[in-house]
Design a protein around this ligand. Structure first.
Ligand SMILES: [Zn+2]
Length: 179
Protein backbone atom coordinates (compact mmCIF):
# COMPACT_ATOMS: atom_id res chain seq x y z
CA UNK A 1 0.00 0.00 0.00
CA UNK A 2 1.15 3.44 -0.90
CA UNK A 3 0.42 5.53 2.19
CA UNK A 4 2.36 3.38 4.68
CA UNK A 5 5.36 3.53 2.32
CA UNK A 6 5.23 7.33 2.23
CA UNK A 7 5.07 7.31 6.02
CA UNK A 8 8.09 4.96 6.14
CA UNK A 9 9.97 7.52 4.14
CA UNK A 10 8.93 10.44 6.35
CA UNK A 11 9.87 8.39 9.42
CA UNK A 12 13.29 7.45 8.03
CA UNK A 13 14.08 11.11 7.39
CA UNK A 14 13.01 12.11 10.91
CA UNK A 15 15.08 9.33 12.44
CA UNK A 16 18.15 10.19 10.41
CA UNK A 17 17.96 13.77 11.71
CA UNK A 18 18.30 12.54 15.31
CA UNK A 19 16.87 14.04 18.49
CA UNK A 20 15.73 17.64 17.85
CA UNK A 21 16.84 18.61 21.36
CA UNK A 22 20.21 16.97 21.92
CA UNK A 23 21.05 15.29 18.61
CA UNK A 24 20.94 11.86 20.28
CA UNK A 25 20.07 8.62 18.56
CA UNK A 26 16.37 7.85 18.15
CA UNK A 27 14.92 4.50 19.16
CA UNK A 28 11.65 3.16 17.80
CA UNK A 29 8.77 3.91 20.18
CA UNK A 30 5.65 3.46 18.08
CA UNK A 31 2.34 3.89 19.79
CA UNK A 32 -1.03 2.28 19.16
CA UNK A 33 -3.54 4.44 17.41
CA UNK A 34 -7.03 3.10 17.22
CA UNK A 35 -8.43 4.84 14.20
CA UNK A 36 -12.04 4.93 13.19
CA UNK A 37 -12.51 4.56 9.48
CA UNK A 38 -9.66 2.07 9.20
CA UNK A 39 -11.32 -1.14 10.36
CA UNK A 40 -10.44 -3.06 7.24
CA UNK A 41 -7.00 -1.66 6.63
CA UNK A 42 -5.07 -3.97 8.92
CA UNK A 43 -2.10 -3.72 11.24
CA UNK A 44 -0.30 -0.92 9.45
CA UNK A 45 -3.08 1.45 10.39
CA UNK A 46 -3.17 0.64 14.07
CA UNK A 47 0.25 2.06 14.91
CA UNK A 48 1.59 5.56 14.60
CA UNK A 49 5.32 5.61 14.01
CA UNK A 50 7.23 7.41 16.69
CA UNK A 51 10.73 7.62 18.15
CA UNK A 52 12.29 8.33 21.49
CA UNK A 53 15.73 9.81 22.15
CA UNK A 54 18.01 7.17 23.69
CA UNK A 55 19.99 9.68 25.75
CA UNK A 56 19.35 9.25 29.48
CA UNK A 57 17.80 12.42 30.88
CA UNK A 58 16.52 13.59 27.49
CA UNK A 59 14.23 10.84 26.20
CA UNK A 60 12.48 13.34 24.00
CA UNK A 61 9.74 11.83 21.85
CA UNK A 62 9.81 12.61 18.16
CA UNK A 63 6.77 11.71 16.10
CA UNK A 64 7.35 12.09 12.37
CA UNK A 65 4.82 13.59 9.98
CA UNK A 66 2.28 11.18 8.56
CA UNK A 67 0.00 11.06 5.56
CA UNK A 68 -2.21 8.53 7.30
CA UNK A 69 -2.97 10.26 10.56
CA UNK A 70 -4.07 13.84 10.08
CA UNK A 71 -3.41 15.88 13.18
CA UNK A 72 -5.12 14.74 16.32
CA UNK A 73 -8.26 13.72 14.52
CA UNK A 74 -9.52 10.32 15.45
CA UNK A 75 -10.29 9.51 11.86
CA UNK A 76 -7.76 8.79 9.18
CA UNK A 77 -6.63 11.77 7.19
CA UNK A 78 -7.68 10.05 4.00
CA UNK A 79 -11.21 9.53 5.22
CA UNK A 80 -11.61 13.15 6.26
CA UNK A 81 -10.16 14.47 3.02
CA UNK A 82 -12.20 12.15 0.82
CA UNK A 83 -15.44 12.59 2.68
CA UNK A 84 -15.28 16.34 2.60
CA UNK A 85 -14.09 16.44 -1.00
CA UNK A 86 -16.87 14.13 -2.12
CA UNK A 87 -19.43 16.17 -0.33
CA UNK A 88 -18.34 19.33 -2.07
CA UNK A 89 -17.13 17.81 -5.31
CA UNK A 90 -18.80 18.05 -8.69
CA UNK A 91 -21.05 15.04 -8.12
CA UNK A 92 -21.99 16.15 -4.61
CA UNK A 93 -22.49 12.77 -3.00
CA UNK A 94 -25.42 13.23 -0.67
CA UNK A 95 -24.76 13.78 3.00
CA UNK A 96 -27.07 10.91 3.91
CA UNK A 97 -25.19 8.49 1.68
CA UNK A 98 -21.74 9.55 2.92
CA UNK A 99 -22.92 9.47 6.47
CA UNK A 100 -24.04 5.86 6.22
CA UNK A 101 -21.03 4.87 4.13
CA UNK A 102 -18.55 6.12 6.72
CA UNK A 103 -20.62 5.43 9.79
CA UNK A 104 -20.43 9.00 11.01
CA UNK A 105 -23.22 11.38 11.85
CA UNK A 106 -24.29 14.21 9.59
CA UNK A 107 -23.14 16.52 12.32
CA UNK A 108 -19.61 15.09 12.15
CA UNK A 109 -19.53 15.50 8.38
CA UNK A 110 -20.72 19.09 8.70
CA UNK A 111 -18.01 19.72 11.29
CA UNK A 112 -15.30 18.30 9.00
CA UNK A 113 -16.51 20.55 6.19
CA UNK A 114 -16.55 23.60 8.43
CA UNK A 115 -13.04 22.71 9.56
CA UNK A 116 -11.66 23.39 6.06
CA UNK A 117 -13.19 26.83 5.71
CA UNK A 118 -12.58 27.91 9.30
CA UNK A 119 -9.73 26.21 11.18
CA UNK A 120 -7.75 25.23 8.11
CA UNK A 121 -8.31 28.31 5.95
CA UNK A 122 -7.20 30.66 8.72
CA UNK A 123 -4.32 28.52 9.99
CA UNK A 124 -0.68 29.47 9.92
CA UNK A 125 -0.11 26.28 7.97
CA UNK A 126 -2.39 27.28 5.11
CA UNK A 127 -1.08 30.84 5.20
CA UNK A 128 2.40 29.48 4.59
CA UNK A 129 1.14 27.36 1.72
CA UNK A 130 -1.42 29.36 -0.18
CA UNK A 131 1.13 31.48 -2.03
CA UNK A 132 2.24 28.42 -3.99
CA UNK A 133 -1.05 28.44 -5.84
CA UNK A 134 -1.54 30.96 -8.58
CA UNK A 135 -4.31 31.85 -9.19
CA UNK A 136 -5.44 31.54 -5.60
CA UNK A 137 -7.35 28.47 -4.38
CA UNK A 138 -11.03 29.08 -3.68
CA UNK A 139 -10.98 28.82 0.11
CA UNK A 140 -14.72 28.46 0.40
CA UNK A 141 -14.65 25.23 -1.63
CA UNK A 142 -11.79 23.36 0.03
CA UNK A 143 -10.70 20.63 -0.07
CA UNK A 144 -12.21 20.04 -3.55
CA UNK A 145 -10.71 23.26 -4.91
CA UNK A 146 -7.30 22.28 -3.52
CA UNK A 147 -7.58 18.73 -4.87
CA UNK A 148 -8.37 19.94 -8.35
CA UNK A 149 -5.13 21.90 -8.34
CA UNK A 150 -3.05 18.88 -7.41
CA UNK A 151 -3.95 16.60 -10.28
CA UNK A 152 -0.93 17.67 -12.29
CA UNK A 153 1.50 14.99 -11.11
CA UNK A 154 1.39 11.24 -11.83
CA UNK A 155 0.38 10.74 -8.21
CA UNK A 156 -3.33 10.55 -7.36
CA UNK A 157 -4.53 13.99 -6.25
CA UNK A 158 -5.65 12.70 -2.86
CA UNK A 159 -2.18 11.32 -2.16
CA UNK A 160 -0.62 14.60 -3.27
CA UNK A 161 -2.97 16.45 -0.92
CA UNK A 162 -2.15 14.17 2.01
CA UNK A 163 1.55 14.65 1.35
CA UNK A 164 1.01 18.41 1.27
CA UNK A 165 -0.84 18.25 4.58
CA UNK A 166 1.63 15.87 6.27
CA UNK A 167 3.59 18.58 8.16
CA UNK A 168 0.49 19.45 10.18
CA UNK A 169 0.14 15.86 11.41
CA UNK A 170 2.67 16.61 14.14
CA UNK A 171 2.97 19.40 16.68
CA UNK A 172 2.37 22.28 16.34
CA UNK A 173 -0.27 20.97 13.92
CA UNK A 174 -2.17 23.85 12.30
CA UNK A 175 0.52 26.22 13.55
CA UNK A 176 3.15 24.32 11.59
CA UNK A 177 4.84 25.88 8.61
CA UNK A 178 4.46 24.13 5.28
CA UNK A 179 7.97 24.80 4.07
ZN1 LIG B 1 17.65 13.88 23.08
Amino acid sequence: MLLPRIDDDLAAKARAAGCPLCGGRLDVANYPRKVRGADELGEEYSWRRSFCCDVEGCRRRRTPASVRFLGRKVYLGTVVVLATALQRGPSKTSVAKLSSLLGVSRRTLARWCRWWSTMFATSRFWTSLRGRFIPAVDETAMPASLLSRLSVTDEPAVVALLRLLAPMSTRPHLEASAS
